[in-house]
Design a protein around this ligand. Structure first.
Ligand code: GLC
Length: 417
């Protein structure tokens, strides 16, 4: 085995805390939702048992209403803020009160396909995924538009993306909870979200805790509500995989229900295409306006739509224009614009898992050359700089936390294609 493959597996082993994997030591000391889904796909390549375990441990955090939270606090740790006490949720295993991109069913299908005789572990996880998808459509799209909405930027997984700047500016900076950040003690503050953003993030937590985390009350009170294309695109891809599993398991009624939701989201997502930007755009449900900020989210619908040649061609040209002259693609914000900050988290850096989604989407749409270029450049960045949380696209430098689980999982997955 190559030394990098060996190192990727070693990172997943070191970050194991008993059947679940922390994203990295200290900076993220609990189980994170979409990180674990990517990690499970990584494990599925060499340890199916451990892959199932990752998803099973995540499902321990699932709420009675179907939501799978963004963090499951299996064991206490004092190296992260906001911890369990700030969220004030009621689940028996402490959890946060918001969610994260629904990669779960995408991972479940891959684990199932790798499983062989272990596949008896699939049905309970399938049920968990189905409940969660139903939650998305009822709690986060109560009007049945087909696009699901986020009530907190962290739900996107792209915490401080310029996509949120306008919507977040309306959220007050006042908090009931004292904001005692821990992240800037682990990594350079220049790489992290700003203090002011943090106060707004916590204002939202206070607001929803005061709604007892009840979806209908939160929907009504939310000062931040964005119907989002990246999340909907992931939900739709996961919905396709869930529909496939439903048929395999003989659940014909479920399959028909999921197929109808998929059709609704497919149509809604396609309606978010904006030829003038050569991207898809999210919608701010409070202002009623399109989110025009140019971020990677606008390209993620490649993952779950079979696009007409004209649209796919325009998207690919736009992606090439963003990647021109960068050392490591794909930048999460368009280079050259004012909000582009190549080292600050989701305001420019390249992330291996975003590349993974884009590569799958490009392949789905027959764009194999760009897919291959992106795959090679992701592997190259990791082999040169190590398993960093993300990469500065202009210099290629590995930034944020090191020994990062989802970067290891992405490497394991991308190297074998
Ligand atoms: C940050 C990222 C988020 C990720 C988490 C753990 O909050 O923005 O996407 O899930 O870290 O890695």
């Amino acid at each position: 085995m190559s030394k990098h493959l060996d190192e990727a597996r070693r990172i997943l082993a070191v970050n194991d805390r008993g059947g679940y994997t922390v994203p990295t030591d200290r900076l993220y000391p609990f189980q994170w939702n979409w990180d674990s889904a990517f990690v499970a796909m990584g494990f599925s390549l060499y340890d199916v048992d451990r892959a199932y375990r990752e998803l099973e441990r995540l499902a321990e955090g699932q709420w009675a209403d179907g939501m799978i939270p963004h963090i499951v606090f299996h064991q206490p740790s004092d190296t992260y803020f906001p911890g369990a006490n700030v969220w004030r949720t009621r689940h028996s295993v402490p959890t946060s009160g918001i969610t994260q991109p629904p990669v779960f069913a995408i991972a479940l299908r891959k684990v199932h396909e790798a499983a062989g005789p272990a596949e008896a572990r699939t049905p309970p996880l399938y049920e968990a995924a189905l409940k969660w998808h139903r939650w998305w459509y009822s709690a986060r799209d109560p009007k049945g538009t087909g696009l699901v909405a986020l009530l907190h930027p962290w739900e996107s997984g792209s915490d401080n993306s310029p996509a949120w700047d306008l919507a977040l500016a309306r959220v007050p900076t006042t908090t009931e909870t004292a904001v005692a950040r821990k992240d800037t003690g682990h990594v350079n503050a220049e790489m992290r979200p700003r203090d002011e953003d943090y106060r707004r993030f916590i204002h939202l937590v206070d607001t929803y805790a005061a709604c007892d985390w009840e979806p209908a009350r939160q929907w009504e009170k939310a000062p931040f509500k964005v119907a989002e294309v990246q999340t909907t695109a992931i939900l739709l891809k996961a919905g396709e995989d869930l529909e496939h599993l439903a048929r395999l398991l003989g659940r014909q009624d479920d399959a028909a229900e999921i197929a109808a939701l998929n059709a609704l989201s497919r149509k809604a997502l396609l309606a978010q295409w904006r030829p003038e930007f050569s991207r898809f755009v999210s919608r701010d449900l409070i202002s009623g306006e399109d989110v025009a900020a140019p971020t990677q989210a606008g390209f993620i619908p490649l993952l779950s739509l079979d696009l007409e040649e004209e649209i796919a061609g325009a998207l690919v040209n736009e992606m090439k224009a963003w990647s021109k002259g960068v050392k490591v693609a794909f930048p999460t914000t368009k280079p050259g614009i004012e909000s582009f900050e190549p080292k600050r988290y989701w305001r420019g850096p390249a992330w291996a898992i975003i590349n993974w989604l884009l590569i799958d989407g490009l392949k789905r749409n027959g764009q194999t050359d760009l897919a291959e270029e992106l795959r090679k450049s992701t592997i190259d960045a990791i082999e040169t700089e190590g398993f960093a949380e993300y990469f500065d696209p202009t210099t290629g430098e590995g930034c944020g936390g090191l020994g990062f689980s989802w970067t290891a999982a992405a490497y394991l997955w991308l190297i074998r294609q």
